[in-house]
Design a protein. Structure first.
Lengths: 247, 455, 195
C-alpha cells in the first residue's frame, strides 16, 4: 500500500511539527508513505470564495500529482472534503478520478476506517476538549452530528481512547463552528472571532487543558485568540498526541 | 451596507450579541429535544424532502388541480406574476368590498411584496396581529426572524413601546402583563376589521383547501370574524395530498419552536357564512428558481426558521444584518436568487459549517447552495477585485512549487523580525483580534527532504 | 396571456424532469403504550389539561365547579344545559365576543401532541373556537390515536366540508423575550374532556 501524503499548504509552512507528527504516526504503523514534492495546495481558499476557474486549475494539479497512489492521506478534514466533495465539479467522469476521490482520507478517518490499529503506543495525561471541525464532522462524518437523530459515535474519540492517561471535557455545544471558515476568518472577522471566543469559553467552562482536533486551521484560529487574550488553554494537533510528541 | 459591516456593528455590543445568541440557541436545543424524541425523525425528513421534490417536478399539475378543487368549493383563486400584481389584486379585493381596516397574520410573502406600505398608501389601515409582528409594526421596524419577529428585542423594549401605544403601566415589562394588554388591544381590531389576510403554510391540491399553522389564535380569529378572508401563497406552498400533512405537521412546529405541534392547525376549505374566501397564488421569481437545479430545493422551504436558529452567524449578527426580509441561511440563498448584485455578500455570511442543512426538516441543501452562490457572485463580477486578484496570484504561485517554497522561506525569515507595529497594522485583518501563529524556521518540506536525504 | 397562463407556462418550462412517485407517508413511527396517559402529559406540557368524566351531568358539575365565573357560555354539545347562548341563534359571529366558555365537540385526540381534531359541520360560526376566553373540548372516550399518521386517516374534506382544525391546548406566545405566555389571542385555557 503506497500512501501519498498531502500536507495543507499552510501546515507545510507554519506547522512543520504537526505535519511531521502525521508522517510519524503513519510510519510508526509500518506504512509506506511518500510526500510528493510538487504538491502545493488543494484550492480551498479559491473554492470558498467562488473562484471556480482558479479552483479547477488546482484540482487538476492535485489529480495529476496524487492519482496513482493507493491512498492519499492528509492531516486536514477540510482539504480532504475539498477532494471528496468539491472536486467532482471539475473532474467528474475523468479516468481515475473516482478511484482517487474515494481513496482520499483524512488521517483519523484513515486510521479508523482502513488501518484499525489496536493500540497507539502513546501517553497523554491531560484533559482534552475535542473540537469537532465542521468539514471533518459534517462532511466526512467523523462523528455523530448533534443536529441529527443518529446513534452517537466519534472516530476521533475512538482513536484517542487508545492513548494512555487521556481524559475528556464535556462541552455544552459539542459541535458549534469555531468561526475559522477559511477566508471567512478575515472577510467576516467580527463573526469569526466572536465564534472563536464562544468555543474557547465553552472549553474554559468545561475544564479543557488542551483543545485538539483534526483541522489545524481551526486550532490556529483558536490559538490566535488564546494568545491575544492570554487564556489558560493550549491547542494541539491530534497527530501530535498520537505520535507521543507531548506526554 | 453589506453583511460583514452590519454584523460587526451588531457584535460590537457584546452583551447583547451573547444574549441574542443564547436566546436562539435555546430554541435550537428545544428543537433537538423534540427531534431526538422520535426514532423516525430522519425518516420524516427524508419523506418530506421526497414529497416536496416530487411536487416541484409536477408543480403546474398540482397547482391546476388545487385551483379546480378550490373553485369547486366557491373559493376565489387569483394569480399574480409578481409583487406588484399581488398588491394590486389584494387592494382590488379590499376596495371592491369597501374594506377600510384589515387584520393580518404572519406571511413572509406579504413582506416580500411590501404589501403593508402599499395598502397604507391607498388608505387602508393594516394591523399586523401576531404579537411579535404587532410589536415591530408599532416600532416601525421589520421583523428580524421569520418565526420569532421580535427576538431582537428585550422585554423592556416591548414595555416602552406598549407604554407609548397601548398606554400600559410605565416600567412594567412583565411578558404576561404585556401580552394581556396586546390581547385586549388587538381584540378590538379583530372585532372591528373589515377583512383579514393570512399566509398559507400548505395548500392541498387534492382538496383545494389551505392549512394555516399558528399558536396565538390571531390568524384564525382574524379569518373567522370579518366576511372577507384573503390568503396569499407562493406557488411552492402546494402539497399533493391531505395525508401529506401527517409528515409536515410532525416536522414543522418541532423544527420551528420545539413544540410537538402548533396550537391551531386550521384547514380552511371555504369562507364563513355569507363571506368570501380568496387565495392569491404568487410567482414573483419562484419559477425562475425552479429552473435552476442548483437552487431548486430552496423552494422546498416550509419557513420553519430552524436554519436561522442553528446558524452561528445569524445568532451573532441578527436578522437586520442581512438586509433582506428573510435572513439566515435560507435568506442567503433566496435573496441572491432574487437580486445577486444587491445581496452578493449573503452567501459569504457563512462559514460553511453545514449545521443548517442538517436541521432543515425538508432537507434543503442550504450549505451547498451558499457555496455555489459564491461562484455566481464571482462570475457576475461582484467579487471585490482585491480579493479576486489576490486569489488569482495565489493560484499562479501554487502552480510553481519552487517559487512557492521560496516565498514561504522568505516569509519565515522576514515575519519574525518585523516590528510588531508594522506586522499588526490595520492591513493585518487576521491580527485585529488574534495573534499570528509563530513562524517556524523550517517548512515541513524542508524537514522531510532533510530526513529523506533529498536535495 | 393572463398571469395564470404566464405562470403555468413558466412552471412547465422550468420544472425538472423527475419520474419518482410520491413516497408512502405512513412510515414506521413511534407508538405509545398508554395513549390516554401520553395525551394527558403532552397536553399538560402545552398548557392544557385532560379529564375523564362519566356523563353529561358530570360535565355540568365540572363546569359549575371549575368555571364558576363564566357567565356567557356557548355549547355545541347536545345534552349539556349550561349554555346561556345558542351558537346558531345569530348571523353575526361578532356577538360571540363576550363568550367566557365554549364547549365544543372533538372527534378524536392525538397522543403525540395533545391535539384534538375538531370538525363540527353544523357549527355556524367557527369564530367560537378562537373568540371564547376558555375552551372545553368533549371527545368520545377512547377516541385516541398515536400520531398524525393515524390522525390523517380519519380526516377528510368532502364537498360540503368547509372547515376543520386540530387544537392543541390554549393559545400561547413566546414572542416577548422567549418567555412563554399561555393565552395570546385565542383561548387562555383549554380543557379536553373524554366522555
Amino acid at each position: 500500500m503506497k500512501i501519498g501524503l498531502f500536507i495543507p499548504c499552510f501546515m507545510n509552512e507554519l506547522y512543520p511539527e504537526a505535519s511531521m507528527a502525521t508522517l510519524k504516526v503513519l510510519e510508526n504503523l509500518g506504512l509506506d508513505v511518500e510526500y510528493p514534492l510538487e504538491q502545493t495546495c488543494c484550492g480551498q481558499a479559491q473554492a470558498n470564495t467562488g473562484c471556480a476557474k482558479e479552483t479547477a486549475v488546482l484540482a487538476e494539479r492535485f489529480f495529476k500529482i496524487f492519482k496513482d497512489y493507493d491512498y492519499i492521506v492528509a492531516p486536514s478534514g477540510s482539504c480532504v472534503s475539498m477532494v471528496r466533495h468539491n472536486y467532482a465539479q471539475f473532474l467528474d467522469g475523468r479516468d481515475g478520478f473516482e478511484r482517487m476521490r474515494s481513496h482520499t482520507y483524512e488521517l483519523i478517518e484513515f486510521l479508523h476506517d482502513v488501518i484499525k490499529p489496536t493500540s497507539m503506543n502513546a501517553t497523554f495525561s491531560h484533559k482534552v476538549g475535542i473540537h469537532n471541525s465542521c468539514h471533518a464532522h459534517r462532511e466526512l462524518g467523523m462523528a455523530s452530528m448533534s443536529e441529527k437523530n443518529v446513534p452517537e459515535f466519534s472516530k476521533i474519540k475512538n482513536l484517542l481512547d487508545k492513548v494512555e492517561g487521556i481524559s475528556y471535557s464535556e462541552l455544552s455545544r459539542k459541535d458549534e463552528c469555531c468561526g475559522f471558515g477559511g477566508t471567512f476568518a478575515v472577510s467576516e472577522e467580527a463573526m469569526s472571532t466572536a465564534m472563536g471566543r464562544a468555543r474557547l469559553q465553552d472549553h474554559l467552562d468545561a475544564g479543557s487543558e488542551y483543545i485538539t482536533g483534526v483541522d489545524m486551521s481551526c486550532l490556529m484560529h483558536m490559538q490566535g485568540l488564546i494568545d491575544r487574550e492570554k487564556m489558560p488553554l493550549k491547542t494541539i494537533y491530534i497527530a501530535q498526541i498520537l505520535a507521543g510528541d507531548v506526554q | 451596507m453589506s453583511h460583514p459591516e452590519l454584523a460587526e456593528k451588531f457584535a460590537a455590543n457584546v452583551e447583547r450579541m451573547k444574549w441574542h445568541d443564547k436566546a436562539l440557541w435555546f430554541v435550537r436545543v428545544k428543537r433537538d429535544n423534540q427531534s431526538k424524541s422520535l426514532d423516525e425523525w430522519e425518516e420524516l425528513r427524508n419523506t418530506a424532502d421526497k414529497i416536496k421534490s416530487h411536487t416541484l417536478s409536477h408543480l403546474d399539475e398540482y397547482l391546476e388541480q388545487f385551483e379546480k378543487n378550490a373553485l369547486a368549493r366557491g373559493i376565489r383563486v387569483h394569480w399574480a406574476k409578481d409583487a406588484k400584481e399581488h398588491n394590486e389584486i389584494v387592494l382590488d379585493i379590499l376596495r371592491s368590498n369597501g374594506a377600510k381596516m384589515i387584520v393580518k397574520s404572519k406571511s413572509m410573502l406579504t413582506e416580500e411584496c411590501h404589501l403593508n406600505p402599499y395598502l397604507e398608501e391607498h388608505g387602508i389601515e393594516v394591523v399586523d396581529t401576531d404579537l411579535g409582528e404587532r410589536i415591530v409594526q408599532l416600532r416601525k421596524e421589520p421583523p428580524s426572524h421569520i418565526v420569532l419577529p421580535a427576538i431582537h428585542l428585550k422585554k423592556e423594549d416591548v414595555g416602552t413601546t406598549f407604554e407609548k401605544f397601548l398606554s400600559t403601566q410605565k416600567g412594567n415589562a412583565d411578558p404576561t402583563y404585556l401580552t394581556r394588554a396586546a390581547r385586549a388591544h388587538l381584540r378590538e381590531k379583530f372585532v372591528g376589521a373589515d377583512a383579514s389576510m393570512t399566509g398559507v403554510n400548505f395548500a392541498i391540491a387534492e382538496t383545494g383547501g389551505i392549512v394555516v399553522c399558528t399558536n396565538e389564535g390571531n390568524a384564525d380569529l382574524g379569518a373567522s370574524l370579518p366576511k372577507f378572508h384573503i390568503a396569499c401563497m407562493g406557488i411552492e406552498k402546494i402539497i399533493p395530498r391531505l395525508k401529506d400533512l401527517s409528515i409536515f405537521t410532525r416536522l414543522l412546529a418541532r423544527s420551528a419552536t420545539g413544540q410537538p405541534v402548533t396550537t391551531y392547525t386550521s384547514h380552511y376549505h371555504g369562507a364563513v357564512e355569507g363571506g368570501q374566501m380568496h387565495i392569491v397564488i404568487v410567482d414573483n421569481g419562484r419559477s425562475k428558481i425552479l429552473s435552476d437545479k442548483r437552487y431548486i430545493k430552496s423552494l422546498q422551504c416550509i419557513r420553519c426558521g430552524a436554519c436561522l436558529n442553528t446558524c452561528p452567524i445569524y445568532r451573532r449578527s441578527g436578522g437586520y444584518s442581512y438586509g433582506y426580509i428573510i435572513p439566515g441561511p435560507i435568506g442567503s440563498t433566496l435573496a441572491p436568487s432574487r437580486d445577486l448584485k444587491k445581496y452578493y455578500s449573503l452567501p459569504f455570511a457563512c462559514s460553511l459549517c453545514f449545521s443548517c442543512s442538517n436541521v432543515c426538516p425538508v432537507k434543503v441543501d442550504l450549505a451547498d447552495q451558499l457555496y455555489l452562490k459564491r461562484q455566481d457572485v464571482v462570475d457576475a463580477g461582484y467579487l471585490s477585485p482585491i480579493k479576486h486578484n489576490a486569489l488569482k496570484m495565489a493560484t499562479w504561485l501554487m502552480c510553481r512549487p519552487k517559487l512557492m517554497d521560496f516565498a514561504g522561506f522568505m516569509a519565515r525569515k522576514m515575519v519574525p523580525i518585523l516590528p510588531r507595529a508594522l506586522l499588526y497594522s490595520k492591513f493585518n485583518l487576521w491580527g485585529k483580534n488574534r495573534e499570528l501563529p509563530p513562524f517556524p524556521k523550517n517548512s515541513f518540506k524542508e524537514l522531510y527532504k532533510a530526513k529523506k536525504g533529498i536535495k | 396571456m393572463s398571469s395564470r397562463e404566464a405562470i403555468l407556462k413558466a412552471i412547465k418550462e422550468a420544472k425538472p424532469h423527475d419520474e419518482s412517485a410520491l413516497p408512502e407517508v405512513n412510515i414506521l413511527h413511534t407508538t405509545y403504550d398508554d395513549l390516554e396517559s401520553k395525551f394527558a402529559t403532552t397536553l399538560a406540557s402545552v398548557g392544557g389539561n385532560a379529564v375523564q368524566l362519566g356523563s353529561l351531568a358530570e360535565i355540568d358539575s365540572y363546569i359549575k365547579e371549575h368555571y364558576a365565573e363564566a357567565t356567557v357560555i356557548v355549547s355545541t354539545v347536545e345534552g349539556l344545559h349550561v349554555g346561556t347562548k345558542e351558537l346558531g341563534a345569530t348571523d353575526d359571529p361578532h356577538t360571540l365576543k363576550d363568550v367566557d366558555l365554549a364547549i365544543i365537540k372533538g372527534e378524536f385526540a392525538v397522543a403525540e401532541n395533545g391535539a384534538v381534531w375538531v370538525k363540527e359541520a353544523d357549527a355556524r360560526h367557527r369564530a367560537l373556537y378562537f373568540i371564547a376566553q376558555k375552551l372545553m373540548i368533549v371527545v368520545p372516550k377512547g377516541e385516541l390515536v398515536h400520531t398524525m399518521h393515524e390522525a390523517y386517516t380519519r380526516v377528510s374534506f368532502d364537498d360540503k366540508d368547509i372547515f376543520g382544525l386540530f387544537i392543541s391546548g390554549p393559545s400561547k406566545t413566546a414572542d416577548i423575550e422567549q418567555s412563554l405566555v399561555i393565552g395570546a389571542h385565542g383561548a387562555t385555557e383549554a380543557c379536553v374532556v373524554f366522555l
